[in-house]
Design a protein around this ligand. Sequence first.
Ligand SMILES: [Zn+2]
Length: 251
Amino acid sequence: MMTDHVTDDLRRRFAQASRVAVLTGAGISAESGVPTFRGGGGATIWEWRGKPVSELSSAELLATDPKLVWEWFDHRRGLLKDVKPNAGHLALAAWEKRFDAFTLVTQNIDGLHATAGNREVIELHGSLLRGRCTRCGTTRELPPPPLPEMPPRCSCGGLLRPDVVLFGEDLPPGAYERATDAAALCEIFFVIGTSAVVYPAAYLPRSAKLAGAFVIEVNPEETDITPRADATILGKAGEILPQFDFGPHKA
Ligand SMILES: [Zn+2]
């Protein structure tokens, strides 16, 4: 089923559900003005200082030139300075309060879901706002850019690295497992602002579907998910998500 607005049937399903899981991607952030790195909406960054993004955000470069990697990530954090959550982010924050079981899984690293008010976010690719110690493993919030020390250090003296999954690295331990569990247990699974072509995130809507969930896609145009989704709503997250009413609250 394809539509450009939230139909009564979809609204009814939503109001009756108690277990909802959501996967978000770059599209919802692009609506807030966050540049993307794969094209498809908003400003797309392919290279910086003459180096391709895939090289700048790689485990290989981190090992050989951590300062350059940090300068690149500081630049990216600088791009977020004036970025604010949009109506789509705010709707998801309200959903978290509404449902008995609500899981928000994101591929985004801009921290906008937390800023919008979501308390529990599974960040599959980590966060630009944190550093992680390469010696003791502690994660910490970074001060606003520019960083005073480059590369930054942990209080233990070890080098910090961005708490972000770089090209050539695995997802954070446990994150994908928690996301898969939520996908398998939910009644409605939303795919929002992502074509979900990047594995392993791409498996989540499939797992949800196999486990019997109703899969709803919200994207500006058709994607690889569309043939597998039970419903595709074509539009911006910021315009579509607020159309889902909560219906009567449960006691
Ligand atoms: Zn440390």
